[in-house]
Design a protein around this ligand. Structure first.
Ligand SMILES: [Fe+2]
Ligand SMILES: [Fe+2]
Length: 268
């Protein structure tokens, strides 16, 4: 099973590059994924025309299961009205034979900061708890844990500690996030927290490049690749959700040298 995660496409931004998004859609459709996740910041400022443009692109994913959640930019200027009209509920769940995926809205109107909110904990808990044997994937726009190379940290949600505990208690395997356009991954407890970069803008920090994530799941084994539109892909995370064996490949941001958690691998 393949899931593609694309994030922070930012239609309407002066930094939006349509070629990158067109190419990403083409590449993703070629993979014929079971699901596509669009993890927020579809727009620049939540305006109607930006949402219409984003929806036109997202409709081109040739996939039955497209999960779209809003980001902080989408909740600017009452943008969530357009979001709901075009994409439906801001909280959603997709269940597959071997996996369950829960997506939530962590944005707050006109704020860059985010939260999940206690009122949503039961939905998250109950959805994951009733699918005990499946791979559990949680999708949220904001960070749950600080990401290096994003400047002075102020981007984790207000209730990050409570949400992390909730996810660990319900044995979530994989968290997919976006927000600050810095691709990265952390392992916490038995959970991998994978942050996507921006797929289609040059709103980039440091030496990061536009990219999206490809997640391959087979018999409980999960492999996460970072894919650069037009270019190569790299294996980032490789773990077995049943045995919790894992290999973690990541580069420490900014200095270009391999981190001490493993060598970077390029797979074309
Ligand atoms: Fe963003
Ligand atoms: Fe964001």
């Amino acid at each position: 099973m393949t899931i593609c995660q694309i994030s922070d496409i930012h239609c309407g931004s002066p930094y939006f590059i349509s070629d990158l998004l067109e190419r990403s859609i083409l590449e993703i459709n070629e993979l014929d994924p079971e699901a596509v996740v669009v993890s927020g910041d579809l727009t620049n400022a939540g305006y109607r025309q930006e949402f219409e443009t984003a929806a036109e692109y997202i409709r081109r994913f040739d996939c039955q299961n497209v999960m779209v959640i809003p980001g902080n930019h989408d909740s600017r200027n009452v943008g969530y009205i357009h979001f709901e009209r075009l994409f439906g509920d801001r909280y959603s769940c997709i269940e597959f034979e071997d996996a369950v995926m829960v997506g939530i809205d962590s944005s707050e109107p006109d704020l860059n900061d985010g939260r999940v909110g206690r009122e949503h904990y039961d939905f998250i808990h109950d959805t994951f708890a009733k699918t005990e044997d499946k791979l559990k994937i949680f999708v949220i726009h904001h960070h749950l844990i600080p990401i290096p190379g994003t400047g002075r940290e102020r981007n984790i949600i207000y209730d990050a500690g409570d949400v992390l505990e909730l996810l660990a208690d319900t044995r979530v395997d994989l968290v997919l996030s976006g927000h600050k356009h810095v691709p990265y991954s952390w392992k916490l407890e038995d959970m991998f927290i994978v942050n996507a970069g921006t797929a289609s803008t040059t709103r980039l920090r440091g030496n990061t490049r536009p990219c999206y994530n490809v997640i391959e799941i087979e018999d409980g084994r999960v492999r996460v690749f970072r894919k650069y539109p037009f270019k190569d892909r790299e294996l980032i995370v490789d773990f077995d959700a049943r045995t919790h064996e894992y290999r973690h490949y990541e580069e420490i941001q900014g200095d270009g040298r391999p981190g001490d958690r493993g060598q970077r691998r390029t797979i074309s």
